[in-house]
Design a protein around this ligand. Structure first.
Ligand code: SF4
Length: 465
């Protein structure tokens, strides 16, 4: 349940309608929530701390895997019980139930409205209908920087919606539609506003960041009166330029190993963009990748990674994998383990394959027993742990820049943050020991330099210098 302290109260707060908001799912869903909350705030609505205390509740759902579907349906049920007036948005809202009807409406027929993902306008229409907009010309101003659900010092920047791929295990394109790249000028204007508002780390997200601009044929847009192509490299170059005055970080997520990604390595070696790539490989064996219908499945991923590492030795690679995909042979699975070791993936996550309702992979032959899928997942994770531990241990003795996420008594009782090698929420942390000098203060959202003194699990321990 979100209570957004940043939402400005309208002139007559006592009469302002209140909206409860729950945001579930991935960073892309989070940016949808931020857009809706920004509109609500700009139009004079306030957020409520509880379902019961709201005039209406909006639930932004996730529909990717079965657990997420259950969590979303349960949350809607809770909101209906405690409040009764519920609008549903997000991926689950676009999902069909039995017989082709809308799944959310089938399970919860009392919801007021249901929309799919990235549907701010439709959500606002439903809000106007069920909780009319307050009339106050002074609050009808859209804030320069939207509502952020992340801490003030980092923010997700969504550069596109939807996806043109058709991976056989995924139903996102059927929920979010084909790729629609945001105009490059809008993306850069948002980035600049975020940096100006104190953001020190910008996390670029989309379904396929490397495909940015494909849908508009890399059309040339404008920013600050200058032409900029709608293309990943040019976007990163401009983001780096905007981040430079404050020394902020630019981190890329969901990049596929296409040849044009090689162009980014010089930007990473010189630190303009963080030398960190989140590449969801999902598998290594060409036949499995073909059955998965993965983007860039024909690429020589291992050779590409090795070339990236030669060009930028400090590069950190994060990835996710699926073990036990239908038809995965012992040999294909061993190929995956070998790939992990040879590619030296710094941070790997692995799911045991689980069928998602509506996904094409459900019809593939050779489904593996659940126990085999789980065993394989455990084996991947064991290799991943071993690699992560080994690669982290190499950092002991180095001095790294750390972005502070939490600080206790201005750092006197220690603090915690992340280095360039750690994305928020998904990677490890750097635990900062109290500074040697009592006069040194460590504040959230600041960069500090620290000497790594030990590695512990997925985290590092460091002494500020
Ligand atoms: S790239 Fe594949 S897994 Fe990712 S959103 Fe597109 S279809 Fe789904």
């Amino acid at each position: 349940m979100l209570d957004n302290g940043g939402m400005s109260a309208p002139a007559d707060a006592a009469r302002a309608p209140t909206v409860g908001f729950v945001s579930l799912g991935c960073p892309k869903a989070l940016t949808d929530s931020e857009l809706i909350l920004t509109r609500l705030s700009a139009e004079g609505y306030r957020t409520a701390k509880s379902f019961a205390g709201a005039d209406l509740v909006i639930v932004n759902t996730c529909g990717f895997i079965d657990d997420a579907v259950k969590e979303s349906l349960d949350t809607i049920g809770e909101a209906l019980t405690e409040n009764g007036r519920v609008i549903v948005t997000g991926c689950l809202g676009a999902k069909a139930g039995e017989g082709g009807g809308n799944l959310v409406r089938q399970v919860h027929p009392k919801v007021l409205a249901v929309t799919g993902p990235h549907a701010t306008q439709e959500v606002m229409q439903a809000v106007y209908e069920h909780l009319p907009k307050p009339h106050d010309p002074f609050v009808d101003l859209v804030p320069k920087v939207g509502i952020k659900l992340t801490p003030k010092h980092y923010a997700y920047l969504k550069i596109s919606e939807g996806c043109n791929h058709r991976c056989t295990f995924c139903i996102i394109p059927s929920m979010r539609g084909g790729l629609v790249s945001r105009p490059v000028g809008d993306v850069l204007a948002e980035a600049r506003a975020l940096f100006e508002s104190g953001v020190r780390e910008l996390l670029v997200v989309s379904q396929d960041t490397s495909a940015y601009g494909v849908d508009v044929r890399y059309r040339t847009g404008f920013f600050d009166g200058r032409p900029v192509r709608t293309r990943m490299f040019e976007l990163c170059e401009q983001l780096a330029r905007l981040a430079e005055p404050s020394g902020a970080w630019v981190r890329l997520h969901y990049v596929y190993p296409y040849p044009h990604v090689d162009e980014l390595l010089p930007l990473m070696s010189c630190g303009a963009v963080l030398p960190y790539l989140d590449v969801p490989f999902q598998h290594s064996h060409p036949d499995v990748l073909r059955r998965m219908r993965r983007p860039a499945s024909g690429e020589r991923n291992l050779e590409r990674i090795q070339a990236w590492r030669r060009a930028c030795p400090q590069l950190v690679l994060r990835s996710t994998f699926i073990a036990g995909f239908p038809g995965e042979t012992d040999e294909e699975f061993e190929h995956l383990l070998q790939f992990l070791r040879e590619a030296e993936i710094d941070r790997a996550g692995c799911f045991a394959y689980s069928p998602v309702a509506g996904a094409a992979a459900n019809d593939l032959p050779g489904a593996l027993p659940v126990e085999v899928r789980e065993q394989r997942r455990a084996r991947v994770m064991a290799v991943a742990e071993e690699l992560a531990t080994r690669r982290l241990a190499r950092r002991v003795g180095a001095t790294m820049q750390v972005l502070v996420d939490r600080s206790s008594a201005l750092g006197r009782k220690g603090a915690s943050g992340r280095s360039y090698a750690d994305a928020p929420e998904i990677d490890g942390t750097v635990r900062l020991l109290p500074p040697a000098k009592a006069s040194t203060q460590i504040r959230v959202g600041e960069f500090v330099r620290a000497r790594i003194v030990a590695a512990q699990g997925h985290d590092l321990i460091a002494q500020p210098v």
